[in-house]
Design a protein around this ligand. Structure first.
Ligand code: ATP
Length: 349
């Protein structure tokens, strides 16, 4: 049985659609990232699942239990869903143990303590149980918030930008820890984020949202390497959008005749990510141009190449010998991805 089913859920605020025909399912223990720009309705989606907002239409089911829709609205505290939000909201006057046992009102004192010790062990904070929140680092506080959400043994946990207030290094390690903890406990999760790397590295599947609707939903590799729309291609990192004329499995483009990701005929829009292009010395087959920008990133280099057919962004390894002003040839290393730019491509999944 599916852990979570969101069936055609829509929500308006002041007459404005904020969530449009949201539809997805989660397997038990699966982690889904909802990724989209600011204001695209991500937090509202989470609040609808949590029960902090009522759906205008559609249904929300947790396993066999209907939580929302058809006149039904189970309140948040009765849904059996855990939440972790951006600001952790720990009680400053309670120690770690007090924070974690706080919500376990249905258990007796000994049982509350046992369960709290168990989840603190799970998040690696057993030795910190007597500390107050201000005596912990941001990452440790975040793990206390997670322990508190896990203590009542929810099958599903909702995470709203939970790592955004941590600095880069701590964000990555906390994220890895939280993923491992959720996987170990077999708890399903929906993570809301506007950070592409976070979504791709944390989730089993990623839903890319735009204007309140899912534009593409799939495993991280699929949404990154095979985006279906220009929005998804551009939102998940940089890409070169290239017009072409398709003839079956190839297309005529400014970069020459290229293999393409699927059968197509006529005008197409293609996506080639910077790492899917390479630079060669003049004289090789490909499109000639000159380098107008060089960006050093440590482990790799990004070049912008001006050609008579427009500018291209190319990513190479750190040893590439070129600098601004050099003449080069741009050549694709992979088949170009055919995007669906028709209006129906933006319909929800
Ligand atoms: N209670 C509300 N009343 C009226 N409008 C609201 C309410 N909550 C959210 N909105 C509006 O709905 C839209 C989507 O907001 P939401 O917070 O869901 O987006 P988001 O994708 O989570 O954005 P961010 O990444 O900036 O947090 C915004 O235009 C917001 O102003």
């Amino acid at each position: 049985m599916k852990l979570l089913r969101v069936v055609d859920v829509s929500k308006r605020f002041d007459g404005q659609p904020v969530v449009r025909h949201l539809r997805f399912e989660l397997e038990p223990g699966e982690i889904l990232a909802v990724l989209g720009p600011s204001g695209s309705g991500k937090t509202t989606m989470l609040r609808l699942i949590a029960g902090f907002e009522r759906v205008d239409r559609g249904e929300v089911w947790l396993q066999e239990k209907q939580l929302s829709g058809s006149g039904r609205h189970v309140p948040p505290e009765a849904r059996g869903i855990g939440f972790v939000f951006q600001d952790y909201a720990l009680f400053p006057h309670l120690d770690v143990l007090g924070n974690v046992t706080f919500g376990l009102t249905r258990l007796g004192a000994a049982e509350r303590r046992r369960r709290a010790e168990e989840v603190l062990d799970l998040v690696g904070l057993k030795l910190f149980r007597r500390r107050r929140p201000h005596e912990l680092s941001g990452g440790q506080q975040q793990r206390v918030a997670l322990a508190r959400a896990l203590a009542p043994e929810p099958r599903l946990i909702l995470l709203d930008e939970p790592f955004s207030s941590l600095d880069a290094g701590l964000r990555e390690s906390t994220r890895d820890d939280v993923r491992a903890i959720l996987k170990q406990a077999g708890i399903g999760a929906v993570l809301v984020t506007h950070d592409q790397e976070e979504a791709l590295s944390f989730a089993d599947r990623v839903a890319v949202v735009r204007d309140g609707a899912i534009e593409q939903l799939g495993p991280p590799e699929e949404v990154y390497h095979s985006p279906t729309t220009p929005f998804v291609a551009s939102f998940l990192g940089h890409t070169n959008l290239i017009p072409g004329q398709a003839r079956g499995r190839v297309a005529d483009t400014p970069l020459g005749t290229l293999p393409i990701s699927k059968e197509a005929q006529g005008r197409v829009l293609l996506s080639l990510r910077p790492e899917h292009l390479e630079l060669l010395p003049p004289g090789h087959a490909g499109l000639e141009g000159s380098i107008v920008k060089r960006g050093f990133k440590g482990h790799d280099l990004t070049f912008e190449v001006a050609t008579p057919q427009g500018r291209f962004r190319v990513q190479t390894d750190y040893r590439a010998p070129w600098g601004v002003g050099d003449e080069v040839v741009v050549r694709p290393r992979e088949a170009a991805v055919v995007l669906d730019s028709s209006p129906s491509a933006t319909a929800s999944v």
